[in-house]
Design a protein around this ligand. Sequence first.
Ligand code: 13P
Ligand code: SF4
Length: 302
Amino acid sequence: MSINIKDEILKLKEERNAIILAHYYVNDELQEIADYVGDSYFLSKVGRESNADIIVFCGVKFMAESAKILSPNKRVFLPSEKALCGMALMAKKDSIEKIKEEHPKAKVVCYVNSSSEVKAVSDVCCTSSSALNIVKNIESDEIIFVPDRNLGSYVQEQLPYKKVILWDGCCHIHDRVTKEQVLAAKEKYGNDVKVLVHPECRKEVRDLADFIGSTGGMIKYVSSQKTDKFLVVTDIGILYKLKEENPNKKFFTLDMACPSMKIMTLEDVYVCLRDLKNEIFVDEEVQKEAYKALNNMHRLNK
Ligand code: 13P
Ligand code: SF4
């Protein structure tokens, strides 16, 4: 007897008082069944505010870990243990402690795309949508920004009165895009196409953008525009929501796809909810320290 996997997921979700959170980059079928779909900041907020006992996170590991750190009393699950963000593996706690010694007055701002251990030695976390507010509002003019050098350099450009010390990490999916690719796409689709760029891209690409921002920011921007043609310089998963909300607009991409975000399937979510498989655990001491950094992000994002 074959089962309807979506119905089974909905049933299990109800029985277990669980919610499903999905990032805009995951496969369409997961965005379709999720209770909430959003960017990293939004998802960290709804996870924390929810009354659910269980959070099933369709995204990558650092997102599920952040949900666990912010809600240590909830059980958090990542349906595929292979969903790892490459950038989150680039910064190491020991090296950050060393840079802190070299710059004793600086505060460490850590992009959420990082390990829990790195968050634990940071003063505050940020996401791409909140980075400017965080650096603007933090009580220090000197910032050590880890791990994304591209987002860090974007923050430095926007807030020239702050001194931003960059870490040499990046997202390979966004960092490998070149200005030639964007210019060739504009040539192909017409110069009136509006270019949306994620701040994880290099400066040469950001400089060609009509809009720079997080995935959630891009979705809001498109809805606010009368133009009907957009070149979307981020992961193609975002097309699901963009097309759903803007059926009459046209979207072009550079075929960027984060393999870790595409690894998870409906089957994984079903098995996860059925067997309570792939639970996220964070060491208690790490959780307490990392909580402060994530909580500071919510406090300073205004
Ligand atoms: P957003 O916060 O913009 O959703 O970005 C998350 C991410 O991993 C981008 O690569
Ligand atoms: Fe990490 Fe890049 Fe994938 Fe985002 S797109 S989850 S930064 S590897």
